[in-house]
Design a protein around this ligand. Structure first.
Ligand SMILES: Cc1cc2nc3c(=O)[nH]c(=O)nc-3n(C[C@H](O)[C@H](O)[C@H](O)COP(=O)(O)O)c2cc1C
Length: 301
């Protein structure tokens, strides 16, 4: 199942998404991180952020609502206290970077770029839960951040997009500015009403939502992005089993990423790795690479 992309070796295409597993705390000894192709840390800002006031997360059958508000320890504390717990792990470590301004992204990247064992950087240009977090809808911000990020690091850059609206034009700018991989995508923005109290459930009123409910929306963006650009894509949104993962691969994803599913069963990422291996064996394939975009290429659109 192993493959190489951008000079990085991947055991498999299954990546743990930024956010739901935070920095591992509750999942050491539960998820075997080394069985996965990569793990993405929760997005980091320059300074520690305590996030939005609780409640922050609500888990229902098909939807996970979140209003975390970029809660994170800040870059310095990550470097000193969190990175050392992971640096000897045999998997790809992916640092997700956020910021309150275009320059903060670059400042954070400069510091994190000194960490030898980080294999890739993800620019979270699409945080739904902070004021001004949606840099991915501003062509000047995308160009400025990505072009300068490429000057700072030789490691591959992933740009993470929100899945709403006409985003192909913005993705094209990210690719032309040097983005190596496109992540589709972040949680769309929704709302939850607290029926008992007759008011919005979260303090910020609107919230990100994820889980099974977002799959058709994001899968369509993967399909359209692959059709337009044939670029490397991380498919992320509502992946709970091997069939979900295959749908994303067939639509055009080179990687499949798992977020909220771990709240229902933390073994899902490892199970998908195992099931993908069995599937490829059955199909007589050594890797999934020939399957990427197979449904999109054959579609009549
Ligand atoms: C509690 C929670 C926190 C999240 N925090 C981040 C984050 O810090 N950075 C980021 O890029 N995405 C974050 N996300 C979004 C996920 O990475 C993912 O894009 C989204 O949940 C869709 O995938 P899923 O349906 O598999 O969960 C968060 C999601 C949840 C549920």
């Amino acid at each position: 199942m192993k493959f190489k992309a951008f000079n990085v070796d991947f055991k498999n295409p299954v990546i743990l998404a930024s956010g739901p597993w935070w920095y591992g705390e509750e999942y050491f000894g539960k998820i075997d991180f080394q069985k996965l192709g990569g793990i993405t840390f929760k997005s980091l800002t320059k300074n520690e952020r305590i996030g939005n006031p609780p409640p922050n997360i609500l888990i229902e059958d098909f939807v996970v609502y979140n209003s975390v508000g970029l809660k994170n320890p800040g870059v310095e504390k990550f470097i000193k206290e969190i990175y050392p717990k992971f640096e000897n792990m045999d998997t790809n470590l992916i640092c997700s970077i956020a910021g309150h301004s275009e320059d903060e992204f670059l400042e954070n990247l400069e510091k994190l770029n000194n960490l030898e064992k980080i294999s890739l950087f993800e620019l979270n240009l699409s945080c739904p839960n902070v004021e001004g977090g949606l840099f991915c809808y501003n062509k000047f911000s995308i160009k400025y951040i990505v072009e300068n990020a490429k000057k700072i690091t030789k490691k591959p850059i992933i740009v993470k997009f929100a899945p709403e609206g006409e985003i192909l034009h913005f993705i094209e700018i990210a690719l032309n500015s040097g983005s190596d991989i496109i992540n589709l995508g972040n949680s769309p923005i929704g709302i939850k009403i607290d029926v008992e109290n007759k008011k919005p459930y979260f303090h910020r009123v609107f919230c990100g939502y994820s889980g099974k409910a977002v799959k058709p929306l994001i899968l369509k963006k993967v399909f359209e992005t692959y059709k337009a650009f044939k670029c490397p894509i991380i498919g992320l949104g509502g992946i709970f089993d091997i069939n979900d993962a295959l749908e994303y691969i067939f639509a055009g994803a080179m990687f499949v990423s798992i977020g909220s599913a771990i709240y229902y069963d933390y073994k899902i990422p490892e199970k998908i790795v195992q099931d993908l291996e069995n599937y490829l064996k059955k199909e007589g394939l050594e890797s999934h690479l020939s399957l990427i975009g197979i449904a999109t290429k054959s579609s009549s659109l």
